[in-house]
Design a protein around this ligand. Sequence first.
Ligand SMILES: Cc1ncc(C[n+]2csc(CCOP(=O)(O)OP(=O)(O)O)c2C)c(N)n1
Length: 682
Amino acid sequence: METTSVRLRRKILRSMILIRAFEDRLTALAREGGRLAGIQILSVGQEAGAAAVLALRDEDVLVSNHRNHAHLLARGTDPEALMAEIMGKATGVNRGKSGTLHLIVPEVNALMTSTVVGAGPPMAVGAGFAQQYREEASITAVFFGDGAAAEGSVHEAMNLAGVWKLPLFFVCENNRWAGAQRLEVHLAGGSVAARAVSYGMPAETVDGNDADAVYETAARLVEGIRTGGGPALLELQTYRMHGHSEADPQLYVDPDELEAWALRDPIQRYVARLVEEEVLSASDVDTLRREATRTVEQAVAFAERSPEPLPEGALEDVWSRPLRRAREPQEGRRPRGTPRAPEALSVPRPPSTPGGAGRRLVGGQAVNEALAVAMELDEDVFLAGEGVGVSIHPNPMGPIHGLLQRFGSRRIRDTPVSEAAIAGLGVGAATLGLKPVVEVMFFPFVTLASDMLVNHAAKLHFLSGGRTSVPLTVRVKAGIGFQSGCQHSHNLEAWLAHAPGLKVVWGSNPADMKGLLLSAIFDPDPVVVVEDLGLYRVEGHVPEGDVRVPLGEASVARAGNDVTVAAYGAAVSTALQAADALEQEGVSVEVLDLRSLVPLDRDAVFASVTRTGRFVMLHDATRFCGFGAEVAAMVAEEAFGELKAPVRRVAAPDAPVPFAVSQERFHKPGPERVVAAVRSLL
Ligand SMILES: Cc1ncc(C[n+]2csc(CCOP(=O)(O)OP(=O)(O)O)c2C)c(N)n1
């Protein structure tokens, strides 16, 4: 072996022996009952994959999956903190928030481990993008299984990495199983490497149980990636010697096949080769084994004597920046007539209130200005999405107008039609410290990006035990009334608001559209910013420069005394129209513009209800399980004592948005329905 030095080969063997000792101990602990909770997914038989990890540099980013202990140990993760996390202890790498399946270890640049099969590659795209964007010499390696190669997200990621020539190293550990499914029943064509070729990247397949071959091929591919050759893929042909997890007795595996692979055990083979080539003596190998055993025993002892995390710690690490919230949600009723501080009674409108300083712009221009201001202020801000550079509907007053010309194609990134990869790009780049603004063309297409948003953007900070952040902004275009039908018009804010860790905001006027977007971009947590297509054409006063609307602050769009109507987005104007009509009848309506769904300005809602005693919640989304149900329940549970009448909801009927103009008008709640709801309360 000429290219792999003696020192390096010893290091590879030491790593493989430690991994085996660590995981054998996990198996034993799992069998001892009570000493290890949860599932254990091991790499026994696949340890030569560690050689691919060792082909990386310290500054490279590692994106791992559910079978991650080997990758993390090879990378140099502290075995004590790792064992403590696997045991759910306070001293674990993620303070007990992750456990074994999604270990996040910032010390070794393992920032986005995921147990969602196929989720690693889209996030790796984001990490690789950040490295390319900053012109760093580092690369990102993402490990995934043969089963993951059937996930669409993996293909979206490979395609985007190929198109953008990202410094990405895809490593497929083909262990011939995906759960209880043999390779033949889940991988058409039998080769993952062959697929990569079609995405324009070099790909190689090696004996994944031959550590030297793995290292050499990995090192060669990594060199190509590092020197600007774009992504590459390595397929390791190996075998899973244990069940999918330690709870799986593998009854479906042919014992002869298992035995044949046992003869190709990567550690035994490597030991035999290194001893034969006199790289190591038999006693050197014994020493390595003894050292590994000692390290693992120390790790177990450390983990077992470590404290459990405090139960209340379960509420920590949801947000990077604590939510602005004066009162926590309470179960049960508030005492009747509890007084509120007068200053909480009215939350001021932003400085954009008509008549204030600023110019008149339409909503599309306001969004455009927010993007431009953010990009001027901070080089870490970039914009990505389908058609954000060149649109098929150019609009001189639209959100992206002129940005490509002004900021160039490095920062304005037109993407393929790949919502999972677009969202993954955002998650990965944000985790590496950029401030991505990614666009989902229409609200219903959020479904295609939802794994990245709900399982990753929203949870990575939590999973890491508060050690990483995802300052991602997702712009989503919404709207009903454009005769586009239900696959373009479907407001899904309640889905997103239901995912702890995601913030959701929705401006109702150009000034707020600008101010909320600016706040979102500079917020350390992931924020979905919904933009009503209709508001792109509506004019209003917009302050110049970097004027932000704080997340979590509602505003009183119109003050009133008899009834509160809360709404957000375009529905605020419906509420204002209703308020105008009711004024003719002598009814004074307070219109509360929530602006921010998560965090919700609970104080503003309670303050208004306390004064008016009547509450109507309005939104354009469908009624059943809509966001209004949450606010209505909150008012009924906590402000019951203030109410003079039942809480009412006005929302779209529980049906998809229809196409025909007459039916679409019928579907969208108009002012007359708000008027009727208010009258029913008086
Ligand atoms: C999206 C998703 N679907 C299903 C699962 C359940 N699951 C966990 S591991 C696994 C098999 C994955 O096979 P492969 O990618 O080959 O990795 P391996 O487990 O063989 O290392 C499945 C189906 C999951 N975690 N995520």
